[in-house]
Ligand binder design. Sequence first.
Ligand code: ZN
Length: 661
Amino acid sequence: MRAFLCTLAAFLPVFAQAPPPVYVCGRAESAIVIDGRGDDAAWQGARELSPLRDIEGAAIPHHCRIKMVWDDDYLYILADMDEEHLWATLTERDSVIYHDPDFEVFIDPDGDGLNYIELEINALNTVWDLFITRPYRFDDPHILHDWDMRGLKHAVHLRGTLNHPDDTDAGWSVELAIPWSSITSHAHQPRRSQAPAPGSSMRFNFSRVNWQVRPAPGSPTGYEKLPAPESNHVWAPTGKVNIHLPEHWGRVVFSEHPAGEWAAALPAPEDATRLALYRVLNTQLGHRGRHGSFSRELPLPEGMQMSFPAQDFFVLTATCPHTGTSMRLDSEGRFHATAPQEPRPELYLWVHGNTKRSETEWSARFRSYAEAGIGTVIIDGSAERLAELTPLARREGLRVFAWLWALNRPGDETALKHPGWYAVNAEGKSCHLSQHRPFVEYYQFLCPNNADVKQYLLEQVRILAAIPGLSGIQADYMRLPDVELPRALWSKYGLDMSTPSPEFDYCYCSTCRQKFSTGSQPAGDWKEFRLQSVAELFNTLAAEIRRHGLIAACAVFPSPELAARMVHQDWSRFQADLVLPMTYHHFYSKQAEWVIETTKRATEQTQRRIPLAPAIHLPDVPAEELPNLLAALRAAGVPGIALFSDEEITPEHLKALHLFR
Ligand SMILES: [Zn+2]
């Protein structure tokens, strides 16, 4: 047991460093009746929040499904919890509800870490609501215990019997309608008493407190608590058994789109800088607790400043190296962030992880990328390789995505043992066999509809997700082989691809043919069937990636319409947190302006529901032209720009990136 605890403790700092989760809250499309059941139509399409974790960060079995939707009057929350033993004792409003098993909601409307709302509810539908103006980390916390959330509607539904130890229960659910007026009018924002503006966000956390019990016939509930601490399972772990560290809470973005439609939001790359400010604040509060005053000699992280405008009062300032947002946190806990006029897109760089280099050489390279303003590296290679390189990149301040080769898996020894896994063309020839592969030897495409392929790829996702310190997984080759190659490549292969050829048209394997003829697709819409098959496979993998708290990204062809036509990849259907359209203009015999035009068109086609990081093929862009292209993309409002790749990036490119900072 001791060894197990030590191992777990060694991982805790890694968990605690995971960026706070993000959830996109869609609009309710119809009325919701607050009866605790959550069976209203408006809930059906809404997505679940990422699974709860232990408050210190460890993953736990999935037992609590939370959804949120909103309309002009209310924020709605539904939590459905598994529970074998339903019990509760407290019936008086504003009792200390967490002495019973409960569900808790925390809302920091302006995200400044002060003036936030706490709401607790038990299985008897008893509520404790309170307003915290200054959290407990300060010597003089300020809590308004008699504050009431006016107009709150709340209900619980029990799937089982309460206080009845003789049977096994299934669980309980909580349904809440919180009036916007009660959230925003009390948050020191007198003018924001109504629903939030679409696209704006608030900080939230959710917690489920549970106690271990055993049957005790004499007690009022029929149960008695075991002498063990309660479990605290939360949406956004704080790294400590203390929920009142609001800087770690997750971000909920209020989307103008209906809850049933996919809309993604990226975790802010500036969270790392924000949390660094709070770490210094906590250190200083600890110092004052021990020595009676703040330290003026505290070593600060690079780029952070501390000033003392008054005797016992300091101000910390820092600028996010990725977005240029400047931030300020003072010793009273007031936080403020100012975004630059045009937010700076996050820069991504693909890195070939299998290249042989010493640890020192890798570190030097990662440092040069970070210094040039690159925020995230997308590294390929085995899981072992990624586990070696990830800490080196993180030490230089980079975020790391794993680069997963999805449907094209050249040289995959496991896959090669299963001929039936491979995609088949309209002539019946399989990618499994070397002599039948289209264009190049490394085109070894698998079938998107094969159930074993899906399980195998899910397993690859789980292996990558277990690497500590990863921020995301980026799928590549989430498509079928090219029915149509980019124009500039036709001469290379001596082909005219203006009309589709059966030789390059995949997947006609028996699994696909069978699924198509028995499926629900309209007969004859064979193209549509394959577009949907590829999208569904990505969405399955993306859900698994998010289940591990990671960003689900995908490298795609330049626009959904081009991608659908050329490689059966309609990525407007992808439930991705980020897509990286490979707008490699030379491949299409186009000029750099085409990158901007295509990006704008793709943004419109996806109605801004999917964040884009258009990708630049570095050999096609001389260093002197790079700043202009980056500036034009920034003006187009994309949240990211990707660069291909570390093998092609020159010292001149890196110097040009410095200008972009
Ligand atoms: Zn197939």
